[in-house]
Write a protein that binds this ligand. Structure first.
Ligand code: TRP
Ligand code: ZN
Length: 897
């Protein structure tokens, strides 16, 4: 942990590395208490740099010896300042030999070389390699690696690293060794090793070019019954990359290793992907449909990085979205193609829109707002964000929308032709897209450099006599930290016009037929598009398929929204119309409840409940919901999405002063009222969407279970005894975790008398399954009845530990981010708890602590009294003498004006 004042690093300060590394030979004598790392690297002066000194980074490692061209350097021949080791005036051609010692068993940061459940693993992205050896640990230094691993054979029978196994054998004293060679040059962040007691599922898989590759999924003993889906997803990923992009696996061997202690989802180390167990282990008994979908997406994501990230990598960490945005886009397309149907595709798109609104729009509107390509950072680990990943993927998707699928593919081909084996920038990607298509994408660059979510205001005018329809689009973008003014973006706005019969009208612009959906290119602040030959006043369907990550404002009437909800040929906008109908009601209700007690921070519950008693959802809305619910021509998966209400945090984003309790009460009321008013229809759908027989995570079955379980949760929101009995029966009889967990959730959130007993039975049955125990904690952490005191009690449970990131997230972070009512308790006790846990976690694992720290991002949007408590908690954390750069950056940005 560094205690010096954190430094801000600026993108504009980029300079080329002074030396390049050709080869790296690493020797590991692995011992949990004292691992010796021998590093021999050959280096050349970089002709693109004017600097003459060698600059290496090292952190939390003990330097034993350093030799340059065979001669030991004495202490005067180099300088160590903080994490930089500098050798001045070095010769052009250098062989450096460095020996260091590290202590994996006390590395709780899970960055560098660490021990998890007695086994060795590494995590080097972004800057973990410097915790293993001194090295020019920056992504534009790409080298060939040869790795020798030595360890006790009994304790660590499996020794893995990147590339190909070239030799293995016995050593004295019960030790053994394995030598691995990676034939591809790579940046240090893609280095990995595993030394462990593991077992694997493996198979030979034929590749498109006639070769075969050995595929392996490595897990701890006892988990081999949970590797099938990851293996299947890996095979699908390889096939898909071949078929859709002509990209092949370039290795003879591809390994996935699952580890229980991991900071993120997974890591794309060359040929040796290391995964959080959450994204590998699954069978119907322990994993939900969402878990299965997550595994497919993350296995795909890491595999796809082999081309977008590894073969072509990032010049510097400011370019992170070059690989992450592009690879998220690729995994999104993969998941959509795996379903294969149009509505299936649309349902995945709706999920993406929900994620953006739930997490990215708030980030864009908060103190940590940053462009897709940030201009500065204190700690790079804080920039693995929804903006870089999800908004980055939207930016990539917009190229495809603007250039068409074929044009986009041409751009990708040119990108690989130009940059294979290089470390490049987001501009290089944009230029490949522009050059392959003969397009000027200069203005498009603003999507990379300007933060904030653009707002597009739409105004329309129909001229009956002229048969023209004008669509005026006005774009603005709110100020974000460091960026008071914004220039107009290049925004693809996909538009259709619905006639009175609900069908798409044929579109004509400037005399050109445009089919039923036109992609308008909004490039100015204020621009009007004119459709001609429009026979009647249409209903506009704007931003079809969510063609740009913007907030669309338009004064739709309820009647127009119902028309779109019933008929729009674009399923995303059809869903969107329902969201707008629901949001209007939720907001009205929430503000009515909030107004019942405007000033006080101890909300007067009975006054608020009185508002609800007079409330009644209007028949227009209920009828719209009913129509979708019972429409058997629609996929159950789509119906589930259409009936799902905007989340509490989406509602909060729309309120001037956020009132968490009012929002919760409003949303609960709407759910319960739907549960009562549509009771018969919900029960019928509950029965119609059962999935008897053997469990299968195919899209159709997942959709049915989703709709059935949504119906159950609405029925239990009321909650009457009969509905709770239904949930209880489902809990008892379910043959898969999806139905099991949904039923338990309905009982816990519906405050069923049997809930405590059901929770206990669930724990007893699954206590040896760590990922299910996480679910068990999370379900309780997010129950509105769980207050801070209850969370503190749960933390005393023998299964709880702050040291395991999944466990810490499932209880502590789940409470702080997923239980708004209790977290924002008027006495500030939730915030005090947050401060305490951020500080405790920071001493163990700054990356996990820093994510938790962000729970307070939007503190300025609450009532003055709550803000006062929140500020105190933030200041308490900021006032700690010993704090990681990670947490310090987050809390100081939150407190800044
Ligand atoms: N590159 C990884 C991914 O695509 C992200 C990642 C895994 C990561 N582990 C990390 C980033 C640790 C920072 C720190 O998903
Ligand atoms: Zn990634």
């Amino acid at each position: 942990m560094r205690t010096d004042t954190p430094q801000t690093i600026y993108r504009k300060d980029y300079t080329a590395p002074s030396y390049l590394v050709d080869t790296v030979e690493l020797g590991f004598d692995l011992d949990p208490a004292r691992t010796i790392v021998a590093n021999r690297m050959t280096m050349q002066r970089n002709p693109d740099s004017s600097r003459r000194d060698i600059e290496l980074y090292g952190e939390d490692i003990e330097l034993v010896t350093i030799r340059l061209n065979g001669k030991t350097l004495d202490e005067g021949a180099y300088a160590i300042e903080g994490s930089i080791l500098r050798i001045p005036d070095a010769p052009d051609s250098v062989t450096l030999e460095i020996e260091t010692i590290c202590v994996p068993e006390s590395n709780t940061t899970l960055s560098g070389l660490y021990v998890s459940n007695g086994n060795f693993y590494t995590q080097c992205e972004a800057e973990g390699f410097r915790r293993i050896t001194y090295f020019p640990d920056r992504p534009d230094v790409m080298a060939k690696y040869m790795v020798m691993l030595r360890a006790d054979k009994e304790k660590f029978p499996v020794l893995l690293s990147n590339g190909n196994l070239v030799e293995e054998g016995e050593l004295p004293d019960g030790r053994h060794y394995a030598k691995w060679e990676d034939p591809f040059k790579k940046p240090s962040y893609l280095f990995a090793l595993v030394a462990a007691r593991l077992v694997c599922q493996e198979e030979q898989f034929p590749l498109a070019d006639g070769r075969t590759a050995l595929l392996q999924v490595w897990v701890e003993e006892g988990n081999l019954d949970k590797t099938d889906y990851a293996m299947q997803s890996l095979k699908h990923s390889i096939r898909w990359d071949e078929e859709r992009w002509d990209l092949e696996l370039d290795l003879d061997r591809f390994m996935i290793v699952a580890v229980g202690d991991f900071n993120m989802g997974a890591m794309e180390n060359k040929g040796l992907n290391i995964f959080n167990t959450k994204f590998v282990l699954a069978n119907p008994r322990v994993a939900t449909d969402i878990d299965f979908q997550g595994i497919e997406a993350v296995v795909g994501h890491e595999y796809f990085h082999n081309w977008t990230g590894n073969r072509v990598t990032c010049r510097d960490w400011f370019q992170l979205s070059l690989k992450e945005g592009l690879t998220v886009f690729r995994d999104q397309e993969f998941s959509a193609d795996m379903i294969g149907t149009d509505t299936g595709r649309a349902v995945t798109r709706i999920d993406q829109v929900r994620t953006l609104r739930q997490a990215q729009f708030p980030e864009d509107a908060g103190p940590m707002a940053h462009p897709v390509r940030p201009d500065s950072f204190v700690e790079i680990n804080n920039f693995y964000t929804v903006t870089v990943y999800e908004k980055g993927a939207e930016v990539v998707r917009m190229y495809q929308t603007l250039l068409g699928r074929e044009g986009f593919r041409k751009g990708m081909d040119l990108y690989f032709a130009r940059h294979d084996g290089q470390a490049v920038t987001c501009d290089d990607f944009r230029m490949a897209m522009a050059d392959a298509n003969g397009r000027d994408l200069t203005q498009f660059e603003r999507w990379y450099s300007q933060a904030g979510t653009p707002i597009v205001q739409a105004e329309t005018r129909y001229d009956e006599a002229a048969r023209t329809y004008e669509l005026r689009l006005i774009q603005t973008c709110p100020a974000t930290p460091g960026q008071p003014e914004k220039l107009p973006f290049h925004i693809p706005v996909a538009v259709g016009l619905l006639g009175k019969d609900g069908r798409d009208l044929p579109l004509v612009i400037d005399g050109q037929p445009k089919g039923s959906t036109a992609v308008l290119e909004l490039t100015e602040a204020d621009q009007t598009f004119v459709f001609s030959d429009v026979p009647e006043q249409p209903t506009p369907s704007i931003l079809r398929d969510f063609s740009a990550p913007v907030i669309l404002k338009h004064g739709y009437s309820d009647a127009e929204l119902v028309h779109l909800f019933n008929h729009d040929s674009d399923p995303v906008n059809r869903w969107e119309a329902g969201q707008r109908l629901a949001m209007a009601r939720l907001l009205k209700l929430a503000s009515d409840i909030a107004l019942k007690n405007p000033a006080a921070d101890a909300p007067n519950a009975s006054a608020r409940t009185a508002v609800l008693e007079q409330m009644n959802l209007d028949e227009v809305f209920v009828q719209a919901m009913r129509a979708i619910l019972v429409d058997e021509s629609l996929d159950p998966a789509f119906r589930e999405q259409a009936l799902l209400l905007p989340t509490e945090s989406m509602i909060a984003d729309q309120m001037d002063v956020v009132d968490p309790l009012a929002i919760h009460m409003a949303r609960q009321f709407v759910r319960a009222d739907i549960g009562v008013r549509l009771r018969a229809e919900l029960l019928a759908q509950y029965q119609a969407n059962e999935t008897p027989g053997e469990y299968s995570p195919d899209a159709a079955s997942i959709g049915k279970r989703a709709l059935k379980n949504l119906a159950l949760s609405y029925l239990c929101a009321a909650p009457d005894a009969e509905s709770l009995a239904l949930a209880e029966r489902q809990f008892d009889e379910a043959t898969n975790m999806t139905d099991r967990a949904a039923a338990l959730g309905a009982l816990v959130h519906g405050r069923a008398p049997v809930a405590p007993d059901a929770l206990q039975r669930f724990y007893d049955e699954f206590q040896s399954e760590a990922l299910v125990v996480d679910k068990w904690f999370m379900m309780q952490a997010t129950a509105p009845t769980t207050d801070v005191a209850t969370v503190r009690e749960l933390m005393k449970h023998p299964a709880f530990t702050l040291r395991n990131p999944n466990r810490a997230r499932s209880l502590v972070a789940a409470f702080c981010t997923g239980n708004a009512v209790q977290f924002h308790a008027p006495d500030g006790s939730g915030y005090a708890f947050w401060a305490e846990q951020v500080i405790a976690l920071d001493a163990l694992n700054p990356q996990v602590a820093s994510r938790l720290a962000r729970a307070m991002d939007r503190w300025r949007r609450y009532s003055p009294a709550l803000q006062e408590h929140m500020k105190k908690a933030l200041q308490q954390v900021a006032g700690q003498g010993k704090l990681s750069n990670d947490v310090r950056e987050v809390v100081s940005k939150a407190l800044a004006n």
